[in-house]
Design a protein around this ligand. Structure first.
Ligand code: GSH
Length: 232
């Protein structure tokens, strides 16, 4: 059985990491049996990031490479019903979620002082009072450095949230009144979307982006639909 390594669950979510939640949701969508191994030790991950899997000795990191591996190893393609142009659309939407909106969420959690206290408590609260501030501030420093490197962190807060709101509107408009992003049937981009949107909607991290998401009826219904179906 696949061993899924990911961070410990956070808030009321199966995972507070959007990409860990994405992969767990994907495994549920394709009904491949897996066992959760919760750990905060990124040093054991092949690329130093979560999630990663161990499938009978095949150890693999990066949610997208893992999904590609699962497709060939288990001969199950969630996107089989899509044509080339739909697959291109799916890819663009996935990149928007994982390579743009993801960084806005990271900023809201790790950079904003009011939210940082909540992030710190949730992610590092179980550490001893001596170790907690040191580990938390080292992790924060690294994430802020990544935000600078990626470029999102170089903007003013209001610009970052403008980017995030535009991304959300694009997802919401693309979804429109379809049950899933690519239509009637679930596809791999729904796992990406759920992983991030659940982390925007259902955590105590406040931002103009979470405020906006909570007003989007179709998007909310969509997230509830996925939660009810795959996390009954
Ligand atoms: N491209 C990777 C990105 C994984 C990623 O960014 N993981 C984050 C959590 S959502 C992480 O492990 N961060 C800790 C770190 O970078 O030290 C994927 O899709 O799995």
């Amino acid at each position: 059985m696949i061993k899924l390594y990911q961070f410990h669950p956070a808030w009321d979510l199966p995972n507070g990491s959007p990409l860990c939640l994405k992969l767990e949701t994907y495994l549920r969508m394709v009904e491949i049996p897996y066992e959760n191994f919760w750990t905060n030790n990124v040093n054991e991950a092949p690329q130093g990031q979560m999630p990663y899997i161990d499938d009978n000795g095949t150890i693999l990191g990066d949610s997208n490479f893992i999904i590609d591996y699962l497709k060939s190893a288990y001969d199950y393609d969630l996107d089989y019903h899509l044509n080339a142009s739909e697959l291109a659309m799916l890819m663009a939407m996935k990149r928007l979620i994982e390579d743009s909106l993801y960084w806005v969420v990271l900023y809201s959690r790790w950079r904003e002082p009011r939210n940082w206290q909540k992030t710190k408590e949730e992610f590092f609260g179980s550490l001893s009072p001596v170790v907690k501030p040191i580990v938390a501030s080292l992790a924060r420093k690294q994430i802020l450095k990544n935000l600078q490197g990626q470029g999102m962190g170089r903007h003013e807060a209001f610009e970052i949230y403008q980017i995030g709101i535009k991304d959300l509107i694009a997802i919401n408009d693309f979804l429109a009144d379809k049950p899933y992003l690519m239509g009637e049937q679930i596809s791999s981009v729904d796992a990406s979307a759920y992983g991030l949107l659940a982390n925007i909607l259902w955590t105590p991290i406040e931002s103009p982006v979470s405020d906006q998401a909570r007003t989007m009826k179709n998007l909310l219904a969509y997230c509830h639909r996925i939660r009810d179906r795959f996390y009954p």
